[in-house]
Design a protein around this ligand. Structure first.
Ligand SMILES: [Zn+2]
Length: 844
C-alpha cells in the first residue's frame, strides 16, 4: 500500500508533461538535465495560500539550478478571486486556477499539491481563517503532504509571526506549516495516515522574506541577516538559453485569469530565506548544505550513483543512446533497493531517461473527447524507436482491461508500429470531473474522504496504456495516459485529456431566478447527450408550495454532444419564499441531475466539470420605481442581468457616444465595479455624468479599488470623497441603519436589519473614509474587533438629482439572489422617483 501511494504522486509528476497539449519531446539538453535531476536526491516544499502566491523564481531555481524535486503546496485553489479572462467564478474559477498552477509548474519544473481548504474570500485575520477552514483537517493535509513528499527543506511564502498584516489565508498557511513541521514526525499525530505512509522529519524550515516584510528597502538593508540565506536566482542556463528569472516570468504569466501576464526579466537577483527551524547551513548559498542529496543517501544507492554519475560526467550530447548499458544496469540495481520512496520516484525518472535516449515515442489516443461508462472506444497506439538498441514490444495493456494486446514484435529502428485496441470502458468507472467537487463542501472546506486523493492537483487519469517491453533484454513497462489526439485547421495538432462523463446532463442557464411577483415564468432546460441515441424523461423538482407544469417531458437525442431544450412553467407562491429548482432526468430508471461545464482556454487543457444542476429560485415582494437603467460596465459584473430579473430595462452605455444631453432619458445610471480603475474614457466623460445628476438624474457608483494614496480621480463626486481601503469582510457582521428616515431605507421598500441576513462572501470593500458634509452615510458596519465604518453607502443631493456611492458588494449579492440586497438596490434606483411623504433631505 505504501509503495502504491508514493507511486501515485510520481505518476502525477511524469504525466503532467503529457496531459498538457503536446507530449514533451526531449532534446539531448533536456535529457542531460533529466540525468542531472536523476542524480539529485533532495526535495524542497514551498508553502503558501493561493494560486499566484508562489515565488516562481525560487521554485524554478530549486528545480532547475539545484535540481531538487520541488513542490508547491497551495492551501487553496483560489475560488474566491476575480477572473479577468472569462466568466468562471467560485468553484469553476478554482478549477481554472488549478490548471494555471499546473501550467506554471510545467514551465518551472515544480510539482503541484493542494489541501482541502477553500478560498472563501478575503479574510483579515488567521483566527477567522482557521475557524472557517477546519483547522484540524487542513493541518492534517499539510502533515500528509510532508509525510508523502518527504521534503528536506520547507519554505514558507508568508510570515507566521505577523497575523493581521496580510490576508488571513496567507498567515494561516505559514502558521500551519510551522505546526506541521513538528507534527509530521509525531507517530501520535494523524495516526490514521500512517497506514498509507510513514512519519517524516524535514531538516529545515525557512521563511521566504523580502524587503516588503520590513516596510522599506532601507529597513531591510539594515536588518539582521545572520539567520538568512541569500540565493542568486538570476542564474543563466546555457543548456536552455534562458535565465532563471525568464523561466519564472513565463511560469507566473500562466496565471492569466488573475492578470499576471508580464514581461520577463534577466540578470542577477537575490532571494532571501530566513531560517525558522533546523540548523543554519554553513554554506549560506546552499539551502541543502549538510544534507546528503547524493545516491548514497539510500541504502544500495552507491553503486547506482557510480553508474549514473558516470553518465552525467561523460554525457554524450551527439548520441545519448550510447549510455543505454549504464542506464539499464542502474535500472536493474534500482529495482532491488529497499527505500520505497526513492525507488518509486527514481524508477519513473530513469524510465523516462531510458525512453528518451532511445528516441522512443509511445502514444495511446482516442478520437473521442469523452465516453460514458460501459461504452466502447477504439484506442490508437503508436510505438516507435529511433535508435539502434534492441527493443521488443511484448504487449500493450489498458487500465481496467482484462486482456492486453499481445504484440510480440521487435521495434525496428525508425519504423513506426501502429495498433488498435478495442476497449470497453468499465461500468463502474468514475467520472473524470474534478474530484474535490464531487461532494458538497462547506464555506471553508471541500469534502474529500479518500485519503489517497487528498493533496492531488487533479483527478487521477482514468486510463493508462502500459507498454510492456524488453530493452536489451531488460523488462521495462512504460505508462502513457490515454489522451484525445486531434487537429483543428486553425489551431494545429492538439492533445487533450480523455474524459469519462455521464450519458446525460442538464442545465438551467440562469443560476438564480427572481420572481418579483406571483406570475409564472418559463424555465428553459438544456439537455445534453453524452452518447448516441439517448431517450428518457425529464422533470423539475421545485420547493414546496411552488408549482411546475408539465410534470414531466419525454425527450430523445440522436447524436452524442447534441442538445435539446425543453420548457417548464414555474409558478411561485404569493408570499416570499426561496428554494432550489432541480432538473431530474430519468433514463432506464437511473436519475441524473448534474450539469456539464466545459472550461476551454489555450493555456490549459480542456476541463469538463460536473456540478449539481440545481438553481436558486427566490420569490420576492419587491417594489420599484423607474424603468430604464443605463449601465456603464467596469471590470465586469452580472448586475445588469440581475436588474433585468426584477423587471428593469437595462441599456449598456457606450461612453464613446456620451455627449451633452444623451443621458437624460435614463431613470438611473449605474456604474459597474472598478469602472474608475479600468475605463479610461470615464476621465473625459465623468462631467456628463455629473451634469446628468445636476439635471435631475440618479447616479449610482459601485466600488472602485484604491491604492495607498487613494483613488486618483479628480471629479469622482460633486463633493469631496476619499475612497479608502476599508472593507468589511465578514458577510454576517452586524449592520446598523444610521439614517432611519432616509428614503433609501424606506421607499419603496422598507429596509430593516433583517435585510442584511443571508449575504455572501463579504459586506463590501474600498469604502470611502472621508466625505463632504453634503453626503449622508446610510449604514454603519464593522468586522469583529474593528471600529465602525460608515462609508459603505453614501448619498448626496446634487442639483435636482442624487449621487450615490456604494462599496457594498451588490455584484456578489444580486447574482446569488440575496433578497435584502435586491430591495436596497431597488430603493437606490427608485430614489427621487417615488411620491413619498418622507423628507428627502438628510437627517442625521
Ligand atoms: Zn494570496
Amino acid at each position: 500500500m505504501r509503495h502504491f501511494l508514493v507511486f501515485c504522486f510520481g505518476i502525477i509528476f511524469s504525466t503532467n508533461l503529457l496531459i498538457a497539449q503536446l507530449p514533451k519531446k526531449s532534446s539531448t539538453s533536456d535529457i542531460y538535465h533529466s540525468v542531472q535531476k536523476l542524480n539529485f536526491l533532495g526535495t524542497a516544499l514551498y508553502i503558501a495560500a493561493h494560486p499566484d502566491d508562489e515565488n516562481t523564481r525560487l521554485i524554478s531555481y530549486l528545480s532547475n539550478e539545484v535540481k531538487a524535486r520541488t513542490a508547491y503546496l497551495s492551501m487553496t485553489r483560489g475560488d474566491g478571486g476575480q477572473n479577468l479572462i472569462g466568466t468562471e467564478l467560485r468553484e469553476l474559477l478554482g478549477v481554472l486556477r488549478t490548471e494555471e498552477l499546473l501550467a506554471a509548474r510545467r514551465i518551472d519544473g515544480g510539482e503541484q499539491f493542494f489541501t482541502r481548504a477553500n478560498d472563501f474570500g478575503y479574510s483579515k485575520h488567521p483566527d477567522e481563517t482557521l475557524e472557517i477552514w477546519n483547522k484540524k483537517a487542513v493541518l492534517g493535509d499539510v502533515v500528509w503532504a510532508i509525510r508523502t513528499l518527504k521534503p528536506d527543506v520547507i519554505i514558507n511564502r508568508f510570515d507566521h509571526r505577523s497575523p493581521g498584516s496580510t490576508h488571513g489565508h496567507h498567515t494561516s498557511s505559514a502558521m500551519l506549516s510551522v505546526e506541521a513541521f513538528d507534527l509530521a514526525s509525531d507517530q501520535s499525530a494523524y495516526a490514521s495516515q500512517l497506514s498509507l505512509t510513514d512519519t517524516w522529519q524535514p531538516k529545515r524550515l525557512f521563511f521566504n522574506t523580502s524587503w516588503w516584510f520590513y516596510g522599506s528597502e532601507e529597513n531591510f538593508r539594515n536588518a539582521d541577516k545572520s539567520k538568512m540565506l541569500s540565493l542568486d536566482v538570476g542564474v543563466y542556463y546555457p543548456l536552455m538559453g534562458l535565465s532563471n528569472n525568464e523561466i519564472a516570468s513565463m511560469a507566473s504569466s500562466q496565471h492569466l485569469c488573475q492578470g499576471f501576464g508580464r514581461v520577463s526579466s534577466r540578470g542577477s537577483e537575490n532571494e532571501y530565506i530566513e531560517l525558522l527551524k533546523g540548523d543554519l547551513p554553513k554554506n549560506k548559498d546552499n539551502i541543502f548544505d549538510g544534507i546528503d542529496t547524493s545516491w548514497s543517501r539510500v541504502k544500495g544507492g552507491k553503486a547506482i550513483g557510480e553508474l549514473l554519475y558516470g553518465v552525467e560526467n561523460n554525457f554524450n550530447f551527439k548520441d545519448p543512446s550510447q549510455h543505454l548499458p549504464q542506464l539499464l544496469a542502474a535500472y536493474k540495481l534500482l529495482q532491488n533497493i529497499s527505500d520505497e520512496h526513492w525507488k518509486a520516484i527514481k524508477t519513473l525518472e530513469l524510465e523516462e531517461v531510458i525512453a528518451n535516449v532511445l528516441g522512443l515515442y509511445l502514444e495511446a489516443s482516442s478520437e473521442e473527447t469523452d465516453a460514458v461508462p460501459g461504452s466502447k472506444i477504439t484506442i490508437d497506439v503508436e510505438a516507435l524507436k529511433r535508435s539502434k538498441a534492441d527493443l521488443k514490444l511484448n504487449s500493450v495493456s489498458i487500465t481496467g482491461n482484462a486482456t492486453s494486446l499481445s504484440t510480440n514484435i521487435p521495434l525496428k529502428t525508425n519504423i513506426k508500429e501502429n495498433f488498435k485496441i478495442d476497449f470497453k470502458i468499465p461500468e463502474n468507472t468514475n467520472y473524470t470531473s474534478p474530484y474535490w467537487l464531487a461532494k458538497k463542501g462547506s464555506l471553508g472546506m471541500y469534502t474529500v474522504d479518500d485519503q489517497e486523493l487528498i493533496g492531488r492537483a487533479e483527478t487521477p487519469i482514468p486510463f493508462m496504456a502500459t507498454f510492456h517491453m524488453a530493452i536489451e533484454g531488460t523488462p521495462i513497462a512504460l505508462k502513457r495516459p490515454v489522451v484525445h489526439h486531434y487537429s483543428k485547421p486553425d489551431k494545429g495538432e492538439l492533445y487533450e485529456p480523455f474524459e469519462v462523463l455521464p450519458e446525460i446532463t442538464a442545465r438551467i442557464n440562469d443560476k438564480v431566478i427572481i420572481f418579483s411577483d406571483s406570475n409564472s415564468k418559463d424555465i428553459p432546460v438544456q439537455i445534453r447527450a453524452g452518447r448516441d441515441n439517448v431517450a428518457g424523461k425529464i422533470s423539475l423538482s421545485v420547493p414546496p408550495s411552488w408549482k411546475v407544469t408539465p410534470s414531466e417531458i419525454d425527450f430523445s437525442i440522436a447524436q452524442k454532444g447534441d442538445e435539446n431544450t425543453v420548457h417548464f412553467k414555474v409558478t411561485p407562491p404569493n408570499k416570499e419564499s426561496e428554494g432550489e429548482i432541480t432538473p431530474k432526468v430519468t433514463i432506464d430508471k437511473k436519475v441524473y441531475s448534474q450539469e456539464l461545464v466545459i472550461i476551454n482556454y489555450d493555456h490549459i487543457p480542456r476541463q469538463s466539470v460536473l456540478l449539481p444542476a440545481s438553481i436558486k429560485a427566490v420569490r420576492l415582494n419587491i417594489q420599484k420605481a423607474g424603468e430604464n437603467i443605463g449601465y456603464i460596465m467596469g471590470a465586469g459584473d452580472d448586475v445588469p442581468k440581475s436588474l433585468e430579473q426584477i423587471g428593469y430595462k437595462v441599456f449598456p452605455i457606450d461612453l464613446n457616444e456620451v455627449q451633452e444631453g444623451t443621458l437624460a432619458n435614463y431613470d438611473a445610471i449605474v456604474v459597474g465595479i472598478r469602472a474608475y480603475n479600468v475605463v479610461d474614457a470615464l476621465r473625459f466623460k465623468q462631467r456628463y455624468l455629473l451634469d446628468y445628476v445636476k439635471n435631475g438624474g440618479n447616479l449610482i457608483i459601485q466600488y472602485n479599488t484604491s491604492g495607498r494614496s487613494g483613488l486618483d480621480f479628480p471629479n469622482l463626486a460633486p463633493y469631496p470623497l476619499t475612497v479608502s481601503r476599508d472593507r468589511v469582510t465578514d458577510e454576517n457582521s452586524p449592520v446598523t441603519i444610521l439614517a432611519n428616515n432616509h428614503p433609501l431605507v424606506n421607499v419603496p421598500n422598507q429596509i430593516t436589519e433583517n435585510d442584511f441576513k443571508g449575504w455572501v462572501q463579504e459586506r463590501g470593500l474600498y469604502f470611502p473614509n472621508e466625505w463632504g458634509k453634503e453626503f449622508t452615510p446610510i449604514l454603519s458596519m464593522h468586522d469583529k474587533g474593528e471600529s465602525a465604518t460608515q462609508g459603505s453607502l453614501l448619498v448626496a443631493p446634487y442639483g435636482k438629482g442624487n449621487y450615490i456611492y456604494t462599496g457594498l458588494s451588490f455584484f456578489r449579492e444580486l447574482p446569488e439572489g440575496v433578497a435584502g440586497a435586491y430591495k436596497l438596490f431597488a430603493n437606490m434606483l427608485s430614489l427621487g422617483k417615488t411620491n413619498s411623504n418622507l423628507d428627502n433631505t438628510p437627517k442625521n
